[in-house]
Write a protein that binds this ligand. Structure first.
Ligand code: F3S
Length: 294
């Protein structure tokens, strides 16, 4: 069995940067270090950072001092102010691409646009962007929801959660344009997601089985898995090598491997190594079966 890894897989720039910043913080700053929510959607990496000294909290009320790391998803200004008022040191690991989106939201709101965010309203990135638009943005997930937007005579400024699909964004813009309002479309989508999706899809179409590695809660990993399934290839979403089942690879000539943007290289390498071991195991079982049949 040949194991092929997608040409783009694993950590994106923003996640890598947030992890490096966290490691530097625990090394160089005195006192406790916290992240508000898991630093990334990958339990193995969160556990690793926990061992280094990054403690996860759910709200600012849980702490009185120390350093607060802002995740790559970013947060709204109210939370930053609250952390400053508590006297916490802040290490802002907001991905620069998310930061750009926040600035766009704030600028559109200041210029009296009705801000529309294309994305998932429950995602922390979207909630943070919402804060930069003074909480006055409307969040839509699809063109149907865009049809319900009331601009009340205002110009509309549309931006996207960085992990959105360009097709969905364009369809939302098209729907909003039909309302007769002036629409300014701000393309804030990050290419890391689409590059990983394109590479995963290309590979999935060439192999018999796909393994997608990443946190069960990672939306971008789940999306990769659903894209691979959509092209008809049997696909398994796992978090680590121990979940691989040799039965998945029996009779398989080529297996593909990809990973979400919050999956570190060391987990991808472990999975790849385990797939090769399974290949050897299945190969020797086949050999024994042949010998018995002879
Ligand atoms: Fe940033 Fe794009 Fe990753 S926005 S966090 S580099 S997916």
């Amino acid at each position: 069995m040949e194991v092929r890894v997608a040409s783009k897989a694993g950590f994106c720039y923003g996640v890598k940067r947030a992890i490096e910043m966290s490691k530097d913080t625990v090394r160089n700053r005195p006192g406790p270090v916290f992240s508000l929510g898991p630093l990334i959607h990958n339990p193995q990496v969160v556990a690793y950072l926990g061992k280094l000294g990054v403690r996860e909290i759910n709200n600012l009320g849980e702490i009185k001092e120390g350093t607060l790391i802002i995740r790559s998803h970013g947060v709204g200004p109210a939370l930053l102010n609250a952390a400053q008022e508590l006297g916490l040191d802040i290490v802002d690991a907001t991905c620069p691409f998310v930061r750009r989106t926040q600035v766009v939201a704030r600028d559109l709101m200041t210029k009296d646009y009705q801000v529309v965010i294309v994305g998932d309203k429950n995602h922390p990135e979207v909630q943070g962007i919402m804060g930069w638009a003074n909480g006055k943005a409307e969040v839509v997930e699809n063109p149907w929801e865009a049809g319900l937007v009331k601009a009340r005579g205002k110009k509309i400024g549309v931006l996207a959660q960085t992990t959105q699909h360009m097709e969905n964004f364009n369809a939302v813009v098209e729907t909003l344009e039909k309302t007769g309002s002036v629409v300014q479309a701000c393309k804030t989508i990050c290419s890391a997601t689409s590059e990983r999706q394109k590479a995963a899809l290309e590979l999935a179409c060439q192999v018999d089985v796909m393994i997608v590695v990443g946190g069960a809660d990672s939306a971008n990993t789940r999306k990769l898995a659903s894209l691979c399934r959509a092209c008809g290839t049997t696909t398994y979403h796992i978090e680590e090598a121990g979940e691989l089942d040799p039965a998945w690879f029996r009779g398989v000539k080529a297996a593909g491997l990809t990973a979400g943007a919050s999956t570190p290289d060391w987990i991808i390498e472990e999975v790849k190594k385990r797939m090769s071991e399974i290949e050897e195991l299945n190969g020797s079982e086949e050999g024994m079966k042949d010998a018995v049949e002879v």
